[in-house]
Design a protein around this ligand. Sequence first.
Ligand code: SF4
Length: 326
Amino acid sequence: MRQRVLSGMRPSGKLHLGHYLGVLVNWKKLQEDNDCFFFVADWHALTTEYERTGIIRESIDDMVIDWLAAGIDPKKATLFIQSRVPQHAELHLLLSMITPLPWLERNPTYKEQLREQTTRDLHTYGFLGYPVLQAADILMYDAALVPVGIDQVPHLELAREIARRFDFLYKEVFTIPQAYLTETPKIMGTDNRKMSKTYGNAILLSDTAEEVWAKVKPMVTDPARVRRSDPGNPEICNVFAYHRIFSDRETIEKVNVGCRTAGIGCIECKKWMYEHMEKVLAPVRERRNQILESRVSVRDILEEGTERARAIAEKKMKEVRDAVRI
Ligand code: SF4
């Protein structure tokens, strides 16, 4: 049965392998049999980037080109920009009136981010309330399924609680969304830290084959394997973790044995991994180049999707205003 699916991504410019494996592969599958709405979460970006807003708008085109290159198809899914559908802000406001503060304050991500983000001041009303904005995004489209990783389940639970509270206080208006739990391979950056453009350890979907190899070649391996003749431990090697994601079983076994017995060298091992990874990256790169050459207008695609989203959002807001009697 086709279901309405909603998912968003903050505009962060060019995307890397982590985004591809963690989100886009899943979106691509979902768009085949569902009514998918994928949006550019630019207002969400504001909750943390309010002092550097310039990068938000600039990042949208690069990000959406990568969506298309990864196989997200605007004929199958509706792609839109959150801030171009102002109904999201209106619903956010109405939901914020009925959301008890402790629901937001106990949010584990909120507490964690306040602790971790030491370079930004996140003691703002907007940052505390962003799960309410998220609830508005989801409930607006009667999304039945929301793809989330296990760490985002508390946010979705909050959206469900807010929807139930609204329905209880006024009138049953919202579909209660379900989490669509996605298990995605966890990929680290080339230096074994979290993959991030700011750390300079990310493999970008827009990298050329040569750029990818230049990043793979110096990848951190088992530090105890200093010489070619030293046996290694693949379990603690990031290159082996990549093999597990990209290579076939035969190659993985060959590496497992060859590494432990010093039968293979690290460069050889990296080359095999790179060749398997290229089977994933090359088609994405090729589509990306085709998109750029064909001058497909990302703005037109987003404009069309935004209009479709806006019409649905306005219809829902009429029900909401009616229920609140405002
Ligand atoms: S042979 Fe491969 S798995 Fe073993 S340490 Fe070198 S890169 Fe890592």
